[in-house]
Design a protein around this ligand. Structure first.
Ligand code: ADP
Ligand code: MG
Length: 255
């Protein structure tokens, strides 16, 4: 059984298929990258996985249980998948302290938390993302982009996911902090046994973090394979074009 399985997924907007017949799997503890040009359907797959949009057909399973539908089982399965948003600036409510933001995300566990448990768990999550737990009362406005992204990661972890779905999590960040966030994700994966669907158009980042890669174009999966192999010897001309479009590509990013 895989941590995440997407089977023959189809998502339509206004009568148009924006995702057609996509199947992929993320094995436990592994990172699968989803790449492709803007508009190819990557974020739509993430949205379907966490229940923001309903598939027209196909299935999405977390640890073997379908997350599609309104039933109790599907809702519980959906909690196994947590999304880390692209833009750490809009993802956090500026009026809320960072501690309250994380506490709010604890609701995704579906359990009741006493005040003391909540405070302790928020501190633990801040520590997990390498932030000082004594900063829980601060507002997001005093944080840097990288620190805000750590908070959005802490919020995702609050839901106790089996799979993190990271959608362009480093795209809005300065290059200098991208590496730190990628390293944090790798460390968390190790520490917590997380699996990850890592969505990115940055193939250098993908090479650094993923075990395998799925290439999307126009809502379809056109090629997939182990990261090194696929990036070094792409079979599809479109994948080659994607590689050519990124100047740093082919070189290993050193963080
Ligand atoms: N809420 C929406 N309503 C209508 N069309 C949408 C919506 N969200 C995305 N789309 C369209 O679906 C396609 C795939 O978008 P998206 O999944 O965001 O691509 P990507 O993340 O790969 O850039 C695009 O053509 C986009 O315009
Ligand atoms: Mg997107």
């Amino acid at each position: 059984m895989n941590a995440l399985e997407i089977e023959s997924l189809r998502v339509r907007y206004g009568g148009i298929d924006v995702v057609s017949d996509v199947s992929l799997a993320v094995p436990h503890g592994r990172t699968v990258a989803l790449v492709g040009e803007s508009g190819s359907g990557k974020s739509t797959i993430a949205a379907a996985a966490v229940g923001l949009v309903r598939p027209a057909s196909g299935d999405i399973r977390a640890d073997g249980v379908s997350v599609v539908g309104a039933g109790k089982q599907a809702r519980a399965a959906r909690r196994r998948l947590q999304l880390v948003f692209q833009d750490p600036f809009s993802a956090l409510d500026p009026r809320m302290s960072i501690g309250d933001s994380i506490a709010e995300a604890l609701r995704a566990t579906g359990r009741r938390w006493s005040r003391a448990e909540r405070v302790a768990r928020v501190r633990e999550l801040l520590r997990r993302v390498r932030l000082d737990p004594d900063r829980a009362d601060e507002r997001p406005s005093v944080l840097s982009g990288g620190q805000r992204q750590r908070i959005t990661i802490a919020r995702a972890l609050a839901g106790e996911p089996s799979v993190l779905i990271a959608d362009e999590v480093t795209s809005a960040l300065d290059v200098s902090v991208q590496g730190a966030i990628l390293n944090l994700l790798r460390e968390l994966q190790e520490e917590l046994g997380l699996s990850m669907l890592f969505i990115s158009h940055n193939l250098a980042v993908v090479r650094y973090i993923s075990d395998s890669v799925c290439v999307m174009r126009g809502g379809r999966l056109i090629e997939s394979g182990r990261t090194e192999e696929l990036l070094d010897r792409p079979q599809d001309p479109y994948t080659q074009d994607l590689l050519d479009a990124v100047p740093v590509l082919g070189e290993r990013m050193a963080f």
